[in-house]
Design a protein around this ligand. Structure first.
Ligand code: 5GP
Ligand code: MN
Length: 359
């Protein structure tokens, strides 16, 4: 069976040369992902670390803060240093670094305190591989930016193929990359307009990874507390605005305490209301556990793009259908702000959801 396909190159020859030169000239490389690392950020940074280490480089992943518990099973995830819990060692790695890779992020600010520290203390080149819209090109030395791509993991895999590294890709790296593609596409259910995404996932399966096990590790490893928390939010806390095809819920520190919340327990919850037929926008307002801010998560479907709302009302940004931001005030005021945002988009939200599949 021949399932060969042509893979268009990601990089112009000059950029590929630049990338290879930077790697060749460096010894101590630090790889970072965005704040609150998800499966894509963790998978892509770890797989890239594996590639660089195989080249004989000293490469380390440094994250702004800890990744969620539901990703702890990921091979090598325990080696990741984060700027909050491993401050001294993370700082030393950054101070020694002669090259940075920033994966799954489009601006230094997405790394919060880690980004500020690097900007202030290091002059080492900064290279980016990312799939978010509106990259801040001026902050980086080389940018591999493909906002249409499903995930940074897909991008990293393509880059590795382009660099001739597919044959040496290990099952560990393939597992890391598959996780990022799987989580960023909601198990291959969105951001998958490109048939290549499936072909590339197939190339990872060929490395002998256990896709079923990966899926179980990520999605079916809930605690009972998490199950009850989701039930509580959806049954007691969800407000809906049926004419506007919109829903909104809050998650307070008190509720987190009541349900013995651990990091990652609310991950994905914001997608749930979109399972209601016709629903176009889901808004989540969550009291942050580390800072005095409200984290805003937006998810949309049916033709509504939530990124503009995130930029205009929530000091944030993101993708067309998955965006977020933060608000510097108490939860009640955050609800008012969200209702203001919903009202401002009422005309657009009122229209029935568009169907992707044409009858
Ligand atoms: P989540 O709801 O999972 O926290 O975030 C979804 C997406 O929204 C992220 O992938 C990111 O693109 C974007 N996002 C979340 N928070 C922020 C923020 O504070 N600023 C910006 N610019 N984008 C954000
Ligand atoms: Mn991503």
């Amino acid at each position: 069976m021949d399932i060969s396909f042509t893979l268009p190159s990601l990089l112009q020859p000059a950029d590929l040369m630049t990338l290879m030169r930077h790697i060749k000239e460096s010894r101590n490389i630090v790889i970072c992902g965005h704040h609150a690392p998800d499966g894509d950020a963790l998978g892509s940074t770890l797989a890239w670390q594996g590639y660089l280490r195989a080249l004989g480089k000293k490469a380390n992943v440094v994250m702004p803060n800890a990744h969620p518990d539901f990703l702890r099973w990921m091979p090598q995830s325990q080696t990741v240093k984060n700027f909050r819990d491993h401050y001294a060692v993370a700082r030393r790695l950054i101070d020694e670094a002669d090259l940075f890779f920033f994966l799954d992020l489009n601006e230094m600010q997405r790394m919060q305190a880690l980004g500020s520290y690097i900007a202030q203390h290091s002059r080492a080149p900064r290279l980016v591989v990312d799939h978010h819209l509106n990259p801040k090109t001026e902050e980086f030395d080389l940018m591999v930016s493909y906002p249409d791509m499903s995930s940074t993991c897909e991008l990293i895999l393509r880059l590795l193929i382009e660099l001739g590294a597919y044959d040496d890709l290990t099952p560990t790296q393939a597992t890391q990359l598959y996780t990022g593609i799987m989580t960023d596409t909601g198990c291959f259910s969105y951001s998958i307009a490109d048939p290549l995404t499936f072909a590339l996932a197939g190339m990872l399966l060929r490395k002998g990874i256990d896709a079923e096990e990966i899926n179980k590790n990520v999605y079916h490893s809930w605690s009972e507390n998490k199950l009850r928390l989701w039930n509580h939010i959806l049954s007691k806390n969800l407000r809906t605005y049926p004419e506007l095809h919109t829903s909104l819920y809050t998650l307070t520190r008190q509720t987190m305490k009541d349900f013995h919340f651990i990091r990652g327990d609310a991950e994905g919850l914001v997608n749930e209301p979109l399972k209601v037929k016709g629903m176009k926008l889901s808004i989540a307002l969550r009291e942050d556990t580390e800072e005095d801010v409200i984290r805003v998560s937006l998810r949309s479907t049916g033709g509504f793009q939530c990124r503009d709302m995130a930029e205009q009302f929530f000091n944030g940004g993101g993708h067309a259908n998955a965006a977020g931001g933060k608000l510097p005030f108490p939860i009640e005021e955050a609800v008012k702000k969200a209702e203001e945002a919903i009202a401002a988009y009422a005309d657009e939200l009122k229209k029935p959801a568009e169907r992707n599949i044409k009858d």
